[in-house]
Design a protein around this ligand. Structure first.
Ligand SMILES: Cc1cc2nc3c(=O)[nH]c(=O)nc-3n(C[C@H](O)[C@H](O)[C@H](O)COP(=O)(O)OP(=O)(O)OC[C@H]3O[C@@H](n4cnc5c(N)ncnc54)[C@H](O)[C@@H]3O)c2cc1C
Length: 317
């Protein structure tokens, strides 16, 4: 079977969950080969990549790759595409991943698909477009298919691969080194998972009523090990920080479970969450449009429903 390159996302040497999802997806379509961009490939990362099916791990140890924003990663992948002729290249549909994908497409004269939520035989990608109003199946018709897949689109499943490490030396162009990273500031992280990566997201909207009341949403999120999201109405009101806004002008999430509490379900909100596998809506208005989208709905006051739900989840732990 042909090789499928998977660009590894990692933080301080630790492989991110989205990479395990991409390896799982790649395994269903060919032979996964992980691409480690930059130094620091340790034993734990090697073992993790092999555990999730990487037959090969291309280890490009150049420090230049991590010191120079995204262009070197695109050059590395372009070099591997030329040398290995893979069947496809998969990257995570993060801001960085999508930029790498776009640059790689130009370099290899290939087609690119971004924000895929699924990938099947023949590299046919599922996408949700026009603010989530239309689902399309797309296929790259030129060059090597380059597909940026949204985090949480596939459940990661372990299935051992050989994990054979092959060192890659990459000759970076001067252009790729034009923008250098001069400082890194560690973002203060709470205990909750990152919103776009979380398997469960609990979001609150205008129905939450105030900044203080968001503790109800946070309580359920913590009971479930989930991330907290918010509608634009809630972030615009200053009840929750803007970085947690879900929707067309906020973050796009694709978790296994999305709980929307006190959110009406405006098209702009749906655009950011409707590819969630299971959607639960809690709203006091039975006519709220969110119920058209929801798999399960509770008609009721979130201030009564959510604490009960939290209590029940806690009880069953
Ligand atoms: C260009 C543009 C971009 C936008 N981008 C985004 C975006 O990225 N994300 C986004 O979310 N919005 C976005 N919006 C705004 C969007 O149109 C809606 O205004 C917004 O999503 C509404 O937020 P909401 O559902 O929280 O509030 P509302 O629409 O006011 O809904 C509140 C809901 O809470 C329910 N409710 C009230 N009290 C309770 C209670 N006690 N218990 C249970 N339910 C209760 C009500 O029945 C109602 O359904 C955008 C708009 C535009 C024009």
């Amino acid at each position: 079977m042909s090789e499928i390159l998977v660009l590894v996302e990692q933080v301080e040497g630790e492989v991110k969950k989205v990479t395990l999802e991409l390896l799982t997806l790649a395994r269903s379509l060919g032979t996964p080969a992980a691409v480690w961009a930059g130094p620091g490939l340790g034993d734990a990362a090697k073992a993790k990549l092999a555990e999730y099916g990487a037959e090969k791990i291309y280890d490009a140890a150049s420090a230049d790759i991590v010191d120079h924003v995204v262009a070197p990663k695109a050059e590395l992948l372009a070099q591997l595409v030329a040398e290995k002729s893979p069947a496809a290249v998969l990257v995570a549909a993060t801001a960085e991943g999508k930029e790498v994908a776009g640059r790689l497409a130009v370099k290899t004269d290939s087609g690119v698909i971004t924000d895929a939520v699924g990938l099947s035989e023949g590299f046919v990608a599922d996408q949700s477009i026009f603010g989530g109003g239309v689902n399309v199946h797309s296929k790259v018709s030129k060059g090597t298919p380059i597909v940026a897949v949204r985090p949480n689109s596939t459940a990661p499943q372990a299935a051992a691969g050989a994990g054979a490490v092959e060192a890659v030396s990459v000759a970076l162009s001067e252009a790729a080194k034009a923008a250098r990273i001069v400082e890194r500031v560690k973002q203060e992280k709470g205990a909750r998972p990152e919103l776009t990566e979380a398997a469960i997201v609990v979001s609150g909207g205008r129905g939450v009523g105030s900044a203080e009341n968001f503790s109800v949403i946070e309580g359920l999120a913590d009971a479930l090990g989930a991330a907290v999201g918010a509608s634009r109405a809630a972030t615009d009101a200053g009840w929750y920080p803007h970085q947690f806004q879900v929707g067309q002008t906020g973050k796009t999430v694709s978790p296994q479970l999305y709980i929307a509490a006190g959110i009406s379900g405006a098209i702009q909100h749906r655009a950011g969450m409707q590819t969630a596998k299971t959607i639960i809506a809690i709203n006091k208005d039975p006519e709220a449009p969110i119920f058209e989208l929801a798999d399960y709905g509770v008609v009721g006051d979130l201030h009564q429903v959510v604490p009960q739900l939290t209590e029940e989840v806690d009880k069953r732990k």
